[in-house]
Design a binder for this molecule. Structure first.
Ligand code: NAD
Ligand code: IPM
Ligand code: MN
Length: 329
């Protein structure tokens, strides 16, 4: 039995989480599911985007299924998703990108770098401190190296060591950890890397990088799969994990019923892999592929289907895949 906390959040979050939850409940109807209310709308209504009580509920979860949160550039508002990553110390943000002929795992450092939260405003300038610690770098380097070791044994370290001492330090530590595992290592400046990933995705296996570079790289890499509606992510800590689409709350399409639920449903696939149920995760992916192949797609993928239609079709395909061959008795 697992304790799953479900946080739909803002915008299209509450539109894409129900179909994802249907898929998870299809396999695990008996797990404990606890919904929580948090985010920007919650802040507007209650004055608190993430209450202490909600944070406690999240701390007690084994697994968190998260939709999306609106993070406005309002100095009075502090991003909920960033706070949760830090409070729960979900230090590894995994963003898989795969398709015909490529299978990339972006491993984004998730707790420091330019997202240190150490910021101040002076009279005529605003500053954000970019923090790259030894401990923070070493644990993500170990994580990424271990991932590469279990996959195709190739690690690319995305960096800007030519410009920033903080990145030279990150690179040095990643090299040390990767060398211990004997995997092949490649270092690339992040600007050139973003283009090369788009032009030659098959050259990549695991890519490790600092927080904001991983953020930008993963949105760009979504191009390889048809857009942001396709990419899931897993935020992994020592004892728990949070799964959320890479995309945001998409205010431009909120309320229209056309958000692509695949990123959210793939979060369930990642969750199932995380709990050791890889065969079920593969079934979810198959059901997704079958749905796309049948042309049941939301407008971002060039189709005319609604969020619900795509969700229902994926569920139907899953149910069909579970049916046993007829037996003659
Ligand atoms: P976004 O990812 O919300 O949207 C970017 C574009 O992609 C939009 O045109 C949107 O319609 C499209 N898109 C995104 N998801 C889609 C889906 N499932 N189906 C179809 N189209 C989809 O990014 P944004 O517009 O830059 O940000 C909107 C808000 O979301 C901001 O407040 C931002 O801070 C927040 N955000 C939150 C998260 C998160 O909660 N993890 C992630 C990214 C952005
Ligand atoms: C993401 C998002 C977040 C980030 C924002 C909303 C704080 O873009 O999860 O990719 O920058 O990490
Ligand atoms: Mn992002």
């Amino acid at each position: 039995m697992k304790r799953v906390v479900v946080a739909p959040g803002d915008g299209i979050g509450p539109e894409v989480i129900p179909p994802a939850l249907d898929v998870l409940k299809f396999f695990h109807p008996d797990w404990e599911y606890t919904p929580v209310y948090l985010g920007y709308e919650c802040w507007k209504r209650t004055g608190d985007a993430l209450s202490d009580k909600t944070l406690e509920t999240l701390r007690k979860a084994d697994l968190i299924l998260f939709g999306a949160i609106t993070t406005p550039p309002d100095p009075k508002y502090h991003s909920v998703v960033l706070r949760i990553r830090k409070e729960l110390d979900l230090y590894a943000n995994l963003r898989p990108v795969f398709g015909e002929g490529f299978d990339i795992l972006i491993v984004r450092e998730n707790t420091e770098g330019l997202y240190s939260g150490i910021e101040w405003k002076e009279k005529d300038r605003a500053c954000t401190l970019r923090v790259v610690s030894e401990a923070g770098s070493r644990r993500i380097a170990k994580f990424a190296s271990a991932c590469a070791n279990r996959r195709r044994r190739h690690l690319t370290i995305g960096n800007k060591a030519n410009v920033m001492k903080s990145d030279a330090y990150f690179l040095e530590i990643c090299m040390e950890e990767a060398e211990k595992t004997g995997i092949s290592i490649d270092k690339k400046y992040i600007d050139a890397l973003v283009l090369d990933v788009l032009q030659h995705p098959s050259r990549y296996d695991v890519i490790v990088t600092t927080n904001i570079f991983g953020d930008i790289l993963s949105d760009a890499a979504a191009f390889l799969e048809g857009g942001l509606g396709m990419l899931p992510s897993a935020n992994i800590g020592r004892h728990q994990a949070l799964f959320e689409p890479v995309h945001g709350s998409a205010p431009d399409i909120t309320g229209k019923g056309i958000a692509n639920p695949i990123a959210a449903i793939r979060c369930v696939s990642l969750l199932l892999k995380y709990v050791g149920e890889r065969p079920l995760a593969i079934e979810v992916e198959r059901a997704i592929q079958k749905t796309i192949a049948a042309g049941i797609k939301t407008p971002d993928l060039g189709g005319t289907a609604t969020t619900d239609e795509v969700g229902r079709e994926i569920l139907k395909n899953l149910a069909l895949s579970q049916q046993k061959e007829p037996v003659d008795l």
